[in-house]
Design a binder for this molecule. Structure first.
Ligand code: PEP
Length: 248
């Protein structure tokens, strides 16, 4: 089954609103590719200007975080309806930086996945193992456990619209990329797990990205693998290299 490639940038806590608009202008012609879903996941304060800046282009906008309630006394948070109203389509959930630095656990991540779907946002659900688990050889069990918990109560029809990003923590921002075979091994495992938890049609539909120091030099090999349908890109999403990844 042909799955549409999805290349998403995770801008993290970089770019002021005016810098964000300038980056959109810099990348505009470089990221043109109608065969690929291109997404910029941007800091909350950049969402409104970025939505405006990419109007009429092939770029979709994503957010990096939200809270599970629609409104109320949650100082500092933003809600799914706010994101939706601002023109956001995708939402990163379960990134290792949110898990490790901000203490988000799989119970909250599962609630966020369900809330995102209920609100019409498409989750990019991240999973991945630490260097310790990779060395210990228990990374497969860890990934299976994360995905199983994070998708509890999520329907097959929803999973068909889901994007899962496999992001080994040892490869994020380190310059150390998983080899294409290491990435493919885990992406294939995730697809098999989805077939077990749901059915083969759902496993064939779900899109799985690799993330972790993907760049203009290694993207083509990673993206050539049967179970890697795209990339979630941090550092290289802030540079013209992102265009080369989109067109790899
Ligand atoms: C990320 O944090 O999602 C990521 C993949 O970062 P980098 O590309 O910088 O490793």
């Amino acid at each position: 089954m042909a799955r549409r490639r999805i290349i998403a940038g995770n801008w993290k806590m970089n770019k002021t609103p005016s810098e964000a608009v300038a980056l959109c202008a810099e990348l505009k012609d470089l990221v043109k590719n109608d065969a690929v879903d291109v997404v910029y996941c941007v800091p909350a304060i950049d969402i409104v200007p970025v939505v405006e800046a990419v109007k009429g282009t092939n770029v979709h906008v994503g957010a990096e975080n939200f809270y599970i309630e629609d409104k109320g006394a949650f100082t500092g948070e933003i809600s799914a309806p706010m994101l939706k109203d601002a023109g956001v389509e995708y939402i990163i959930i379960g990134h290792s930086e949110r898990r490790d630095i901000f203490g988000e656990n799989d119970i909250l991540i599962n609630q966020k996945v369900k809330k995102a779907f209920a609100s019409g946002l498409k989750p990019i659900l991240c999973c991945g193992e630490s260097p310790t688990l990779r060395k210990a050889g228990t990374y497969k069990e860890w990934i299976e456990r994360q995905i199983t918990w994070d998708l509890d109560g999520v329907t097959a029809d929803q999973v068909k619209e889901l994007v899962i990003a496999y992001e080994p923590i040892w490869a994020i921002g380190t310059g150390e990329t998983a080899t294409a075979d290491q990435a493919e091994e885990v992406c294939a495992l995730i697809r098999e797990l989805i077939a077990k938890l749901y059915d083969q049609a759902t496993a064939d539909a779900v899109r799985i990205q690799y993330g972790g120091s993907m760049n203009a030099g290694n993207a083509a090999e990673l993206l050539s693998k049967a179970n890697i349908d795209g990339g979630l890109i941090g550092g290289a999403s802030l540079k013209p290299d992102f265009g080369q990844i989109v067109n790899a």
